[in-house]
Design a protein around this ligand. Structure first.
Ligand code: KG4
Ligand code: ZN
Length: 332
């Protein structure tokens, strides 16, 4: 079954052709990061305009690289949310128009769930690893779930304020490091002392698996304000200490969840999972098998949408060509 996936929730315009939820035939991602960089974050109006400009070229290249014709597609899957309304509309309206004109079924896919599927996608048969823990760490989500099967999740914890990727972006903005913040903070942290500043992530009373990163971010701000002149080594130390505090928090909560739920594996997804320091820490400290997305599947991408779309379609074969609406807020 050939699925065309379309992703446009935030600032990446992407299309992919994926066979039966697994094999990627082609995958195109047009990132707008350079457009939003000067503003230190995504400007929604600019994002939707650039999606409109880029989407046809992205689709055209994707179809040509897969060496198929549009008529060979069996299903169109589009990210229905969560995301920015203008950005979502571009992907969804394009997908609807294509589905209608080609007389192909269309389904909407949850972008957060797709981030998790990105690390399941590489496995021939994931079933023996369920029940598993799933953790999504992106610019909009920090979420911990128990996975019973693809599409069957129990929410265990989520952030009560900032998502972890958002905290990385805000810390980078405070230090004038550019956007997106994650990769640059990770790079500078490698040169810094993670124990220089005693930062800590927040605890949420009565909810041992919930996350809170806004206090950590504010502690970084106060530290920056207390320093007369920020120099390279100090910035490195701040990045390293911030990252260390955030990752200690993730690791300790995951270890606790492993004890309580006895999962057979941990699947991770979302932009922050690109971070190599995080991968090294969890690889050392979590004793069950860990599955990470391939590099091209960590950030926003359409291959994970097409991949999960295949499974979502198998559940009820519900064509949403005339009913699908964008959902700016959506949980897993
Ligand atoms: O999953 P994603 O592409 O978009 C959302 O759905 O939000 O994640 C983007 C987020 C940004 O906040 C970015 O700063 C963060 O992922 N990120 C990282 C790294 N690469 C991207 N955070 C930490 N370390 C990284 N290497
Ligand atoms: Zn995302």
């Amino acid at each position: 079954m050939l699925v065309l996936g379309i992703e446009s929730t935030c600032d990446e315009t992407s299309a992919a052709i994926v066979r039966s939820g697994k094999t990627i035939l082609s995958h195109i991602i047009a990132s707008q990061a350079h457009i939003h960089e000067e503003f230190g974050g995504v400007v929604p109006e600019l994002a939707s305009r650039h999606h409109s400009n880029d989407i046809f070229c992205v689709l055209d290249t994707c179809i040509r690289e897969a060496k198929i014709s549009l008529h060979d597609i069996d299903l169109i899957a589009v990210a229905k949310g969560p995301g920015l309304i203008g950005s979502l509309l571009v992907g969804i309206q394009t997908a609807k128009a294509l589905a209608w004109s080609l007389k192909k079924p269309l389904i909407g896919v949850n972008h957060v769930e797709a981030h998790l599927y990105a690390s399941i996608m590489g496995l021939e048969n994931p079933a023996p690893f369920f029940p598993a823990l799933g953790m999504i760490l992106s610019g909009g989500h920090s979420t911990l779930v128990l996975i019973e099967a693809i599409g069957k999740y129990t929410l265990i914890g989520q952030t009560v304020d900032d998502a972890l990727g958002e905290a990385f972006d805000k810390v980078a903005k405070m230090l004038n490091l550019g956007y997106p913040g994650g990769p640059i903070v990770e790079k500078l942290a490698l040169e810094g002392n993670p124990k220089k500043y005693p930062f800590r992530a927040g605890r949420v009373k009565g909810k041992q698996y919930s996350f809170s990163f806004s206090g950590l971010k504010t502690a970084v701000l106060y530290t920056i304000n207390s320093i007369n002149e920020l120099n390279g080594p100090t910035i490195n130390d701040i990045c390293a200490s911030f990252q260390h505090a955030a990752f200690r928090d993730l690791s300790s909560k995951l270890q606790l969840a492993c004890k309580e739920f006895q999962p057979k594996a941990l699947f991770l997804g979302g932009g922050v999972t690109q971070n190599k320091t995080l991968r090294n820490i969890l690889q050392k400290e979590i004793s069950i098998p860990l599955f990470w997305p391939e590099a091209e599947l960590c950030l926003d991408n359409a291959a994970m949408i097409a991949g999960l779309g295949f499974h979502t379609w198998q559940k009820n074969f519900l064509n949403e060509c005339f009913t699908l609406e964008p959902c700016t807020r959506l949980e897993i």
